[in-house]
Write a protein that binds this ligand. Structure first.
Ligand code: PGA
Length: 251
């Protein structure tokens, strides 16, 4: 059985006070969420410690949105995987398209980040996804296949077994345009297929592959019903407790 996951990526939104309030509302609403759905929230770095306190003892897990590609030292402005683990994170998002696009995140860096995350007990939520022009050119399988191979297939089987994948077509992120469930399922099945080719069928069956990109209460149910979609990475709709909980409940 694969883990069902609904993860909220808050990006660079909310003040600490607003984030703490949002976390409180999520804890209060948690009883309505099916027990087999793992809820994860990824607030900004500044919010992690106070939010960790709010969700401690609840079933909500804490994630960062990124971590450094070096373990420690003279890297001004960076936050290490060890620091994140030390304040209660158990996950970190890595390779989000916004980081690839605006902050020069390469596959090489991502392999380093994933290893550091794993060494510190964090499960990476590793993001892949094609741009609009790549989809329009019919290159989405090629692009996503290369993103998976360049990072996941550089890891050992044991390392890779702790990675959660998030497929997020760049054209669907923050645009209100969602991939249809057929488009999403097609590429999720493709990702699982190449993982099976690398690490075996049994291994691939256990990997959770999340969908992200304008996922909201109105479309989550249909997306999550697809056989190879194991949950969602939610951006905009994760900023309202009612919407995020509704998405989790729809599973
Ligand atoms: P969105 O973002 O739900 O606002 O489209 C998803 C993401 O970037 O993780």
């Amino acid at each position: 059985m694969r883990r069902k996951i609904v993860a909220g990526n808050w990006k660079m939104n909310t003040t600490v006070a607003e984030g703490v309030q949002l976390a409180k509302e999520l804890v209060e609403g948690l009883a309505e969420v099916p027990a087999d759905v793992n809820l994860i929230i990824a607030p900004p770095f500044t919010h992690l410690a106070p939010v960790a306190e709010i969700i401690s003892g609840s079933a909500i897990a804490l994630s960062a949105q990124n971590c450094a590609d070096e373990p420690k030292g003279a890297f001004t402005g960076e936050v290490s995987a060890a620091m994140l683990a030390g304040i209660g994170c158990t996950y970190t998002i890595l390779g989000h398209s916004e980081r690839r696009q605006y902050y020069g995140e390469t596959s090489e860096k991502l392999v380093k980040k994933i290893r550091l995350a794993l060494e510190n007990g964090l499960s990476p939520i590793f993001c892949v996804g094609e741009k609009l022009e790549e989809r329009n050119a019919g290159r989405h399988f090629e692009v996503v296949g290369a993103q998976v191979a360049d990072v996941l297939f550089q890891l050992s089987e044991l390392e890779a077994s702790k990675v959660v994948i998030a497929y997020e077509p760049v054209w669907a992120i923050g645009t209100g345009v969602t991939a249809t469930s057929a488009q999403a399922e097609e590429i999720h099945a493709f990702i699982r297929g190449i993982i099976a080719g690398q690490f075996g069928e049994e291994f691939a069956e256990r990997v959770s592959i999340l969908y992200g990109g304008s996922c909201k209460p109105s479309n989550a149910k249909e997306l999550f019903a697809c056989p190879d979609i194991d949950g969602g990475l939610i951006g905009g709709a994760a900023l309202k407790a009612a919407d995020f909980l509704a998405i989790a409940k729809s599973y």
